[in-house]
Ligand binder design. Structure first.
Ligand code: ADP
Ligand code: MG
Length: 469
């Protein structure tokens, strides 16, 4: 029975995937409607469950009929020395989000609406769950000056994955500005245009966990192999690899393999490559091979469109003045903008009152209090120049007078700490300096804070003032 299953599986996935994931499996026992198989490790079991559960189901249902069961056991693990069993009832699985019909081999073939299958029967290719969120398509991503470059680069990559000079494509920018959304949009678009391509979205955090687990379970090679057969790899929040040397090494390996084979890599980060710390140089230099596109805070018009679009999609109406109020007051984080809208709607439906500007004010106040991200570089420069009673222009100027340099450095350091801007963008806005100058300013401020009492007082006063506003 297992042999038949294997040959069915072999016909449905790439040779490499088959060798990696199915050859090592041993069939151990067969009863009327259940087959027991032994897999090398828990990691292995989890991969099978995550990526091949549908394929296994189809194969087994074909052999043993509906109600067929698969029982996994895991070979002795060095750490625990115990044998674990997992039973999976074939027709019903809570873990996968595939519709019930897909369980049956034939119906999945017939049903054209069958979305995001683990496996498409008959296509000789590896099909894995791409982990994409279908809400994050290009159609729901509002274009504006702040995201135009990143968006059009993303579209270009989707049209020709691996075939542009944007490889890797690195999308970077502050929290809540749409990096994850764009990354998913690329994946979704590729799948739409090139259904045979294997796309995988993964957060750097999850990638790290998987890697650590694979080392623990002694199957790091399986882990690497899996990633090497992907056509379009999207790794979100790559800055989280900072300081994780082992994971960086493995990613370096995978990256090189994919890149050499013309596969597309898409990365996102909350920092520009120059600002990433504790990432190996050889990786950083590769990040810069392709295109780095920054997502900036959206302008007023874009914020308006985002709100209107969101309301439209949710079928909710809101008075014009409230919409304008939100767009004016929540500036540097689209996630917060959406959060405020949701909370407004919730409040008003709970208290059965119309959404009013008063309510909007209350809610925005809560949002502003909770996060420091509302503070802008302009605001910081203003507070600093008022505090030292200097002209704003002096801070912006090239003057190297000591007190002005110090004020400028403070403004830079606060901008780094309290806003989402990159060093590069802070430099641009504070007197057209480069990122190295800003980095130096941050370090100087941190030092002076510790060694100079007077300076520490300046720092704390300004900090307080900024938080009052
Ligand atoms: P990041 O990953 O940069 O922190 P996300 O991609 O998670 O940000 O975006 C935060 C929220 O804002 C998401 O719900 C996303 O859909 C929304 N969003 C971001 N940019 C846009 C945009 N240009 N148009 C519409 N919605 C957006
Ligand atoms: Mg994100």
């Amino acid at each position: 029975v297992w042999k038949n299953c294997l040959s069915f599986i072999e016909d449905n996935i790439s040779n490499q995937a088959y060798k990696t994931w199915f050859e090592p499996i041993e069939a151990v026992n067969l009863t009327e409607n259940s087959l027991s198989i032994k897999v090398p490790s828990k990691f292995f079991y989890e991969w099978l469950e995550e990526h091949y559960v549908e394929l296994l189901k189809s194969a087994l249902t074909k052999e043993l009929g509906k109600g067929a069961k698969l029982v996994y056991s895991i070979k002795m693990e060095n750490t625990q020395g115990k044998k674990k069993s997992h039973t999976e009832s074939i027709p019903s699985t809570q873990r996968s989000n595939v519709s019930a019909q897909s369980v049956e081999f034939k119906s999945s073939q017939k049903n054209p609406e069958f979305k995001n299958p683990f496996v498409i029967p008959g296509v000789r290719n590896l099909k894995i769950d791409s982990q994409l969120n279908s809400n994050y398509g290009f159609e729901s991503f509002i274009e504006g000056d702040a995201n135009r470059l990143a968006r059009s680069a993303s579209l270009a990559v989707s049209n020709k994955p691996g075939g542009t000079s944007f490889n890797p494509l690195l999308i970077f920018g502050g929290v809540g500005l749409g990096k994850t959304h764009l990354a998913h949009a690329i994946g979704l678009e590729v799948k739409e245009k090139f259904p045979d391509k294997t796309v995988l979205y993964i957060s750097a955090e999850k990638f790290t966990q998987q890697h650590i687990e694979s080392v623990r379970k002694n199957n790091r090679n399986d882990f690497i192999h899996f990633y090497q057969i992907i056509d379009v790899l999207i790794v979100d929040d790559i800055q989280l690899l900072s300081g994780k040397k082992g994971t960086q090494d493995v990613f370096f390996h995978i990256f090189n393999h994919l890149h050499q084979n013309g596969k597309q890599v898409i990365l996102t980060s909350d920092k520009a490559p120059v600002d990433m710390q504790e990432i190996e140089n050889r990786l950083l230099s590769r990040f810069k091979w392709g295109l780095s596109a920054e997502l900036m805070s959206p302008d007023y018009q874009t914020r308006l469109s985002i709100i209107e679009n969101k309301l439209y999609r949710d079928g909710v109406e809101m008075p014009e003045d409230v919409i304008h109020y939100l767009a004016e007051n929540i500036k540097s984080n689209i996630r917060e903008l959406e959060g405020a809208i949701i909370s407004l709607i919730a409040h008003s439906s709970f208290s059965r009152t119309e959404v009013s500007i008063d309510l909007a004010q209350q809610i925005v106040k809560n949002y502003v209090k909770k996060t420091s991200q509302q503070i802008s570089i302009d605001r910081i420069q203003q507070v600093v120049s008022e505090y030292f009673q200097l002209d704003l222009e002096l801070i912006q100027s090239k003057t190297r007078k000591r007190n002005i340099v110090q004020a400028r450095q403070l403004a830079m350091s606060f901008s780094k700490r309290l806003t989402n801007n990159s060093l590069t963008s802070i430099g641009k806005q504070i007197g057209k300096r480069d990122h190295a100058t800003v980095l130096h300013a941050c370090k100087t401020v941190d030092n002076l804070k510790l060694t100079n009492k007077e300076f520490k007082k300046f720092y704390d006063d300004i900090d307080r003032k900024l938080k009052e506003t």
